[in-house]
Ligand binder design. Structure first.
Ligand code: GLC
Length: 433
């Protein structure tokens, strides 16, 4: 099934390329030249809601000024990766030409490549330019030698902690999960803030849950995509029995922003979040301004600190009627200049390494110096065209395992069911016998 659709989509792309070469034009509206003269073209860029809309608006306005015949519409409905994935795959499966450029999560390239949803950008995004980016971003978007997006920003899971509360107890940032639990318990017992909780993260049933569980499971030597791995089960038991009691009741509905809000309002000792969340320490009006520390996530005794690699890039839809203009927009939005503006305004980590190292960025975000090695060592989620369905199975497994934890025996039964579902999914897709 995948092979057939790949063939159909490749033929479509090939036919478009041939039409472009023969006609020397840019799709059915054709006729736009490098000076921006020609028919009016509207490009639609689909993304999750930007954290810095002003940076996006300014970048889009600059692009439109440079290309007066192109106007760009920004479509930003869904809030999280899973929702954007659902919306895009539905529209791209219908070959909807209204999407020209879209933001691609680092975990989608294999799926989108095989389904033929994204144009390979291999020719346009040349090797010399790719060298200016962090290798992990380039690798994430490369599938069988073709690259499907230009990396925009990278993410890696981090531990944020209330420096003031830890210091008051003479604690240094915890290096192990056991130690984190002990510290949180001591601080909660001594605190007169009834709303204070020990730990917040992303535990809603969506993509963010897989990122959090990868860190907890793989720092214990488990494997996030193998529920039956004995160390996966050890880590899960730890989370259910030791970490979950420190979390707010509503944590199973928490995405990044909910965790951030709880921590920023002073109601959490520890938070797991992405690099942007350092804003809690520096933002005007933040109740915890100047009281926040940032560290690599803890490990389990004997294991390593593991941060999930996240991030987003700009991709061109295989069904865009204006692939050349769409590429120009991608080039503009992912330029070093836009990445630097975003980093300065929000603390998001530029995927463009040269921009990350740029003095202007380092001066605006001095804590970036602590981030480089975490970003470089961040661990990717499984790279498979079946990532979407497998992630759904894992989300269900981890939610049930944590919410309904009874005993190790029940956990093994849940793990067996999840492992069977993964095997069935792979078999249906013809990826295993
Ligand atoms: C962030 C990451 C992305 C991840 C998502 C999960 O947006 O950049 O890779 O899938 O969080 O919530």
């Amino acid at each position: 099934m995948y092979t057939t659709s790949l063939w159909i989509r490749s033929s479509f792309v090939f036919a478009c390329l041939l039409a472009l070469t023969v006609a020397g034009c840019s799709g059915e509206n054709g006729g736009a030249d490098a000076d921006g003269e020609g028919d009016e073209i509207e490009l639609r860029l689909v993304t999750t809601r930007p954290t810095a809309p002003k940076v996006w608006d300014a970048a889009i306005k600059a692009f439109e000024a440079e290309h007066p015949h192109i106007s760009v519409t920004l479509e930003t409905t869904p809030n999280n990766s899973s929702e954007l994935h659902a919306l895009l795959t539905q529209r791209l499966a219908n070959e909807d030409p209204s999407v020209d450029v879209f933001m691609m999560d680092v975990v989608w390239p294999s799926e989108f490549a095989l389904a033929g949803y994204a144009q390979p950008l291999t020719e346009s995004f040349n090797f010399a330019t790719r060298d200016e980016f962090f290798a992990s971003g380039i690798e994430a978007y490369t599938v069988e030698g073709e690259i499907y997006a230009v990396p925009f920003f990278l993410d890696a899971g981090l531990l944020y902690y209330r420096e003031d509360l830890l210091e008051a107890h003479g604690f240094s940032p915890p290096r192990t999960w056991d130690r984190l639990v002990e510290q949180a318990e001591t601080i909660l017992t001594a605190s007169d803030n009834d709303a204070l909780r020990g730990y917040v993260g992303q535990f809603k049933r969506y993509e963010g849950l897989v990122c959090n569980m990868l860190e907890l499971v793989e720092s214990a030597g488990g494997d996030v995509s193998d529920p039956m791995n004995p160390q996966t089960l050890v880590a899960l038991e730890f989370v259910a029995e030791n970490l979950a009691p420190l979390m707010p009741d509503g944590v199973f509905t928490y995405e990044e922003q909910h965790a951030y809000d709880a921590f920023r309002s002073g109601n959490a000792v520890f938070m797991r979040n992405w690099p942007y969340a350092y804003a809690a320490n520096v933002e005007e009006g933040s109740p915890v301004k100047g009281k926040v520390g940032m560290a690599p996530l803890p490990r389990h005794g004997g294991g390593d600190s593991v941060a999930t690699l996240g991030g987003w890039g700009f991709a061109v839809s295989a069904f865009s009627r204006h692939p050349e203009e769409a590429w120009k927009l991608v080039e503009h939005m992912s330029s070093g200049e836009t990445q630097r503006s975003l980093a300065v305004a929000t603390g998001k980590v530029p995927a463009h390494r040269l921009s990350f190292e740029h003095t202007e960025v380092q001066a605006a975000q001095p804590h970036f110096s602590q981030l480089q090695s975490v970003i470089e060592r961040a661990r990717p989620r499984p790279k498979t065209p079946l990532y979407g369905p497998i992630s759904d199975i894992l989300q269900r497994f981890y939610t049930d395992a944590l919410r309904e934890f009874e005993d190790p025996h029940t956990l093994v039964e849940q793990a067996q069911r999840a492992a069977q579902r993964i095997r069935d999914a792979n078999r249906r897709a013809g990826l295993t016998e």
